[in-house]
Design a protein around this ligand. Structure first.
Ligand code: ATP
Ligand code: MG
Length: 168
């Protein structure tokens, strides 16, 4: 039984994350998906709650064909202790998938095998770019799975992002 770990903030969950997870699904028996900075929401860089992100990911991966868990993980703001914190919140995993340099470094230092999946269309498949497009009224729906469009509509996510970006 081989379990893989994948972590992100998923603000929002997009087609780059989906492509990586579809790839991981062929390599492991189970996937643990960690939602980082779980305590943050209603901020321009972190607009959605952990629960909303759980919903986006769970709905988008309904037909993945590989069992997965989606677990919110709060920040502890101590990088040196972060891997132990993650491990205390997740089922045991054998390897970690990440392309984030800090995440790669922390897991390697902890003696955990790390694989870095290739980036898919990074100029557009990026949380930062998708939030920018939402704020500017540009096209973004083609960059996330259809189920994520549906969840964002249900929670009126784009309007929330615009509202919290305004000055008083
Ligand atoms: P943000 O711009 O808000 O940081 P992001 O697109 O980088 O958003 P994260 O939630 O920070 O998304 O990333 C989670 C993981 O997904 C990271 O390991 C990141 O490298 C990876 N990732 C992000 N975008 C892509 C992509 N287009 N292709 C492959 N992996 C990606
Ligand atoms: Mg990122």
């Amino acid at each position: 039984m081989k379990r893989g770990f994948y972590i992100g903030r998923f603000q929002p969950y997009h087609n780059g994350h989906q492509s990586v997870l579809e790839h991981i699904a062929h390599e492991v028996d189970e996937i643990v998906i960690g939602i980082g900075s779980a305590q943050l929401s209603h901020m321009v860089d972190n607009p959605f709650t952990a629960g909303e992100r759980v919903l986006m990911i769970t709905c988008a991966l309904a037909s993945l064909g590989c069992p997965f868990y989606v677990l919110p993980i709060e920040d502890i703001k101590r990088n040196a202790l972060w891997v132990a914190h993650v491990q205390s919140m997740t089922p045991h995993f054998d390897l970690c998938y990440s392309s984030n340099p800090l995440v790669v470094q922390l897991f390697k230092e902890a003696g955990i095998k790390v694989l870095s999946p290739e980036m898919y269309e990074r100029e557009t498949l990026s949380g930062t770019e998708i939030r920018r497009r939402m704020l500017n009224g540009e096209l973004w729906r083609n960059l996330v799975p259809p189920k994520v469009v549906q969840v964002l509509k249900e929670i009126d996510g784009v309007e929330r992002l615009r509202q919290i970006s305004r000055q008083d």
